[in-house]
Design a protein around this ligand. Structure first.
Ligand code: HEM
Length: 240
């Protein structure tokens, strides 16, 4: 235990350097207080959303770096940053667990103060979506410049840099699908499956987004490899 608090030397608001550097006064004032709550679980609801936005902000920065590396052919560096973005998505998927504690009847109260707010407006998710579009384009042109096909990548060894990069992109796709699966389950658990969301979209429609792929060529490559295998894509061989 430190015997005494050292004086703050950094500029900015807050009584300690911890508070000044991390701007904890501002951060902790970003949630509505008890006087504004219709239910105390609003704090949980806000903190999970706000922290998801922060992790997505970090992921967006990593994906911007990934794009720069991809366009300059630095495959290993691109893979490392992609892995960081994937880890961020894993964290925001895990933290959805916290909202499973919400009681449907209490959340119905909280919904009354959300206005027309919709998850579709999440800046973090909007930027993630556009970042993956840019990455897919950059990855495709990288392959063209190297005269490699997606299926060709998977005929190399898993230690091959391009193979590892492709797998990191597939991991990112899977992380997005895992978040969507967890989020869909959460939404149906708390508000029900047939309820209309703010965009008049039934909660059940969220399930269709789960199978959406951001890097379709890498999934198609698997189908192609299976097609070219002795058994092909058909599950049952003709045993006549
Ligand atoms: C009690 C918890 C939650 C419920 C009941 C819920 C419910 C919903 C519903 C009904 C939709 C469909 C669109 C709409 O009507 O607005 C939706 C979409 C969405 N929500 Fe949530 N949500 C919850 C938590 C979260 C959290 C913590 C995030 C984190 C950022 C989030 C992000 C999104 C996103 C990004 C979409 C767009 C769909 C997609 O891209 O897959 N939601 N949510």
């Amino acid at each position: 235990m430190p015997s005494k608090t050292l004086p703050a030397v950094l500029p900015g608001g807050g009584t300690t350097d911890y508070a000044r550097y991390l701007r904890t006064d501002d951060l902790l004032a970003l949630q509505r207080g008890p006087a504004e709550w219709v239910h105390p679980d609003e704090l949980m609801f806000q903190i999970v959303h706000q922290s998801a936005e922060l992790w997505l902000k970090l992921a967006r920065t990593h994906l911007a770096g990934t794009l720069t590396h991809l366009t300059t052919g630095r495959v290993g560096e691109a893979e490392l940053l992609l892995r960081r973005a994937c880890l961020g998505l894993r964290l925001i998927t895990d933290q959805l667990q916290m909202l499973r504690q919400l009681q449907p009847a209490q959340f119905a109260l909280i919904r009354t103060v959300l206005g027309n707010g919709s998850g579709f407006e999440s800046p973090g998710w909007q930027q993630l979506r556009s970042a993956t579009i840019d990455l897919d384009i950059a990855f495709t042109s990288l392959l063209t410049s190297l005269d490699v096909t997606p299926a060709g990548i998977y005929r190399e060894q898993p230690s091959d840099p391009l193979y590892r990069l492709a797998e990191a992109l597939v991991d990112l796709d899977e992380r997005i699908a895992s978040w969507r699966t967890e989020h869909y389950q959460l939404a149906t658990r708390i508000i029900g499956a047939d309820v209309l969301g703010t965009r008049d979209m039934p909660v059940n429609a969220l399930a269709t987004l789960i199978s959406h792929r951001r890097f379709p060529s890498l999934w198609q490559a698997r189908t192609e490899l299976t097609d070219h295998s002795p058994r092909g894509r058909h599950g049952h061989q003709d045993r006549r």
